[in-house]
Design a protein around this ligand. Sequence first.
Ligand code: AMP
Length: 422
Amino acid sequence: MAGIKAPRGVRDILPEESWKWAYVLERTEHISHCHGYREIHLPVFEQTELFSRGIGETTDVVEKEMYTFLDRGERSLTLRPEATASMVRAYLQNNMHSEQQPVKLWCAGPMFRYERPQKGRYRQFWQIDVEALGTSNPLVDVEIINVALALFEDLGLSNLDVVINSVGCPECRPAYRDELKAYFQDHLEDLCDTCQNRFDRNPLRILDCKNEKCREITAGAPDIYSSLCEDCRIHFDKVLEGLKMLQIPFHIDKRLVRGLDYYTKTAFEVLSGELGAQNAVCGGGRYDNLSEAIGGPRLPGVGFAAGIERIVLIMEQQGCDFGPKPSVDVYVIAADDLSREEAFYVATELRRNGIRADLDFLERSMKAQFKSAVSKDSVFTCIVGEKEISRSVVTVKDLRTGEQSEISRKDLAGYLQPRIRP
Ligand code: AMP
């Protein structure tokens, strides 16, 4: 195609797919409300500092993946790569500490990361974000994991794997970092270039490298559990107990450290075998120091983000139900050229009565209009011609049964309504 295309890694969500998204969002709203989470709408761009300080200067997201630009007032702004930092900023800016704690919020919207596009990985993608701010109670970590699983179950997803870990806190992580470095020191030359780079700056990230050689090396790396401080250890135990209490199966994975620096204590992911290389459908954890990192007071929080593209992908592969596909109830057909305006008027009347009606605008033959009615999955056709107009009636055909009857114009909506949505 000549002309302008969408940028690389960015795609249109066409009507054939967008109704599936609407279903996922509708169920997200339902499940979030069931668990006491209220919807918040956050800006799509923020001051760059929010992310560089919040997510961490040495993370891939901040170093390589942000869409950052100067606005006309020379301010550095960034298209949000994730929602958690914005969520915390919104909490602080809107004095939500004066509300009853925890403040439980959810949002959904597009995120932007300059990543290498592939199946399930885009440069603009949508996330569902669910967060609980203002408590360090480990049961809230369990609630958050449970919200994610309740949503996936509601959507009909199966074969999911919950993977969990503790990444400690600023008190106990430095000792673990040192222990890891001591271990990796002996294997430095065998690590991939990226991991050699991570060795000084962020050795924990070496643990989740997907490179085969690195994975062999990290298999023997020390785990964090013996380094956890008492607070982190007790917290981790309580989260695991809570998961068991709710009968949520999980795996502990010492390699799970996640790509964002702000995580403390709990880190988790929900994985699906259906997604190939991009196997995480959801990721989250606790971030008790994020608020302080962006200049706020201490504010514990925990949450998750799930990618809508990946959810829909799994649902399609697993044949999950997306609810009824939006279709037309009635297709209004003009029997002759003189009746086209009247057909438009009839369609408008039906629409004003809450009936989904459509019609032809290309002055096509009756046969072609019937074809459109069928291709749009309409339940009824209403034929309007000179004969009908002169007697103030419409010929209604039920496409399910083939039954045809003449209905007076004034009774039309009342006749159709119970037959469309009984
Ligand atoms: P993260 O914010 O990196 O923890 O990602 C949370 C979830 O967002 C992942 O589990 C994916 O479902 C989704 N996600 C992250 N990055 C992308 C991307 N580039 N394209 C599509 N989905 C993504």
